[in-house]
Write a protein that binds this ligand. Sequence first.
Ligand code: HEM
Length: 342
Amino acid sequence: MRPSFFHHLHPPTIPAAQAQWRYTLGAGGIAVMLVLVLLVTGALEMFFYIPTPDQAGPSIQTIAFLVPFGGLVRNLHYWAAQALIVVAAVHLLRVVFTAAYVPPRRFNYLLGLALLVLSLLLDFTGYALRWDEGVRWALVAGTNLLKTVPWMGGGLYALAVGGPEPGGATLIRFYAWHVFGLVLPLVILSAWHLFRVRRDGGIAVPPPTARATAERISRNELVRREALAALIAGVALLALALWRAAPLAPPITIGSVGIAEARAPWFLLWVQQLLRWGDPFWAGVFVPLALTVGLALIPYLLPGPPRSQLGRWFPPGGRLAQIITGAIALLMIGLTVLALYP
Ligand code: HEM
């Protein structure tokens, strides 16, 4: 077969151990595919979406019901965004549970974590673009959390919201962040992350002497497996987009009702649950920031196992990192369930 552009992105051959589904779960590759789907569908939505409080809702209705295939494009964009968060989180757990964060991959771990944070911010800003009743919590409670930050709270709020309360200036700011300010770093860091995977010698595996087999696979085979993963994920995404439409509620009227009944976006439900118990700054700002910094420090504070233990799940030398990260994941899932079924 004549090598294509995609073939040239890979080395001519790689150890077979680096391309096993049961090891990588294909999660990094599927995340790349989701980012590509988001870029294309998001660009198409930009032709019709109008970022003003009066027009946001009607323009989304136009996309969903009048533009040919607009509903499908919007649903694909929505579901790909939700899936990206789940898939990137699974990828993070895979990386920690296989201790793939040890040098030389420490820096790439940080790039990956930055990508997860960017994906969350993109989901948050994109969600607010609906400007409907469904985004009340994010818009009112979420932005009010900024005010609780000591010394710079007022400035941060003014920067994000652009006025004394959410309004037209907020929507245009969220739009600019969503389509440009966050997308640009996402694209640059994604390319850097992939470049570093190759630069760091591909996926972490034991040294040749400690490997069960010396078998290598060609890049044709690797591209075939990646295409298969993209196909399966693509069909699942399409099925989801055809089955369930992205949500849309009546336009929001700021200040009319409180936020007691409003629900946070699903990926922030755990924060909303913490806020029911604790002080807004500690529960809503400090804990999420401390968890992110804690995850970022794992490769630096917990050195991880020797190279001979790499390339397998739950190596004994990475126990502490596995326990801490597993506990954080379980805590977030538990708090989310509590928020859903109070
Ligand atoms: C948008 C989000 C992300 C994308 C598109 C992405 C993409 C990828 C891809 C394609 C790979 C190679 C294949 C694989 O391991 O499955 C990879 C590897 C890697 N990623 Fe990510 N990733 C993302 C998020 C993350 C996160 C959240 C972390 C951890 C905090 C991370 C850390 C790593 C590391 C350390 C490797 C090397 C793994 C190894 O050598 O075994 N990535 N990433």
